[in-house]
Design a protein around this ligand. Structure first.
Ligand code: SIN
Length: 298
């Protein structure tokens, strides 16, 4: 497993030139020389978009941007999705989900256990997320890393018998799959209203999806949201999914992001799964997430 510490600051030929430096890892790159608090011109935006497709996770260090600037930049990639947990929207910015373990007056200010299981954001929607942007506001002194696993490599390296077993199959994804289990562990997670439950009816997605922009195949099942492979008896489906979950998150596919102040991390939910490694209760962690809508997987 590799971390961002390996990205070496490039020697820029021009003071303002944007440079994209891949990590020595199965995915990820750092973007140097881009001030996201200023408008990004069309040519630079095209480079960022291509780098996102090539590397799947982009890291912008020391991004001094406001929530409005995060929303504006995110929106250039597509419409934004509003998370079903309206309780944790940032005031004045419904497109921003507060990811935080902080409690004020005994109440959580954000979703503290977001990302506690490997997942791709909003895979339980007919149109799951294209990508998500997470901006660090306050970081813990220990813990709080985010792990990303390359699902193109997961598919490319899957043993032939597993490829044959899943090729052409659909799997069910449900937001509710682990909701009560998470609530039991974290009573601060709100009970869902009937309207919220109606908003997240389970959907069926291909087990192997084709990236709509690059044409690359990727595994698209996760321990958080995938409940069963359609058409298989539950015990067979459970066994197959357990194998897929283990193989798709093995260390050789993973980049571990160690957060630095003001980091903005932008990942491609069509190419990677991610996991929040966890933060000790006595530490404070606060990040703002925007989520871009993608296409229906095929
Ligand atoms: C998420 O799953 O959106 C949050 C990940 C994290 O907190 O590291």
């Amino acid at each position: 497993m590799a971390s961002a510490a390996v990205a070496i600051s490039p020697s820029a030929p021009f003071p303002d030139a944007v440079q994209i430096v891949p990590f020595d890892a199965p995915l990820g790159a750092e973007v140097f020389g881009l001030d996201l608090s200023r408008p990004v011109d069309t040519a630079t935006f095209a480079r960022i978009k291509q780098a996102h497709l090539d590397h799947h996770v982009l890291v912008f260090r020391d991004a001094r941007i406001t929530p409005a600037q995060q929303v504006d930049f995110s929106r250039r990639f597509g419409p934004l999705q509003i998370h079903v947990l309206r309780n944790f929207q940032l005031a004045g910015h419904p497109e921003v989900l507060i990811v935080s373990n902080i409690k004020e007056d005994g109440k959580p200010i954000g979703l503290g256990d977001a990302g506690a299981y490997w997942h791709s954001d909003l895979s339980y929607k007919e149109k799951p997320s294209l990508g998500s942007l997470l901006h660090a506001q306050e970081l813990p002194g220990e813990g709080g890393d985010t792990l990303f696993a390359n699902q193109h490599l997961a598919w490319d390296t899957l043993p032939q018998e597993l490829r044959s077993a899943v090729h052409g199959r659909l799997a069910e994804h449900s937001y509710l799959a682990k909701y009560e289990e998470l609530r039991a562990r974290n009573p601060y997670r709100p009970a869902l209203t009937q309207a919220q439950i109606d908003e997240v009816v389970p959907v069926q997605q291909p087990v192997v999806r084709t990236h709509p922009e690059t044409g690359r195949r990727a595994l698209f099942v996760s321990e958080h949201f995938t409940t069963r492979i359609v058409g298989l008896p539950q015990d067979e489906s459970d066994a197959l999914l357990a194998e897929l979950f283990a193989l798709s998150t093995r260390e050789s596919l993973v980049y571990r992001h160690q957060w630095q102040p003001h980091d903005l991390v932008f990942w491609d939910n069509r190419s990677v799964m991610h996991l929040a490694a966890g933060t000790p209760d006595h530490e404070r962690r606060l990040l703002y997430r925007t989520t871009i809508e993608g296409d229906a997987p095929f």
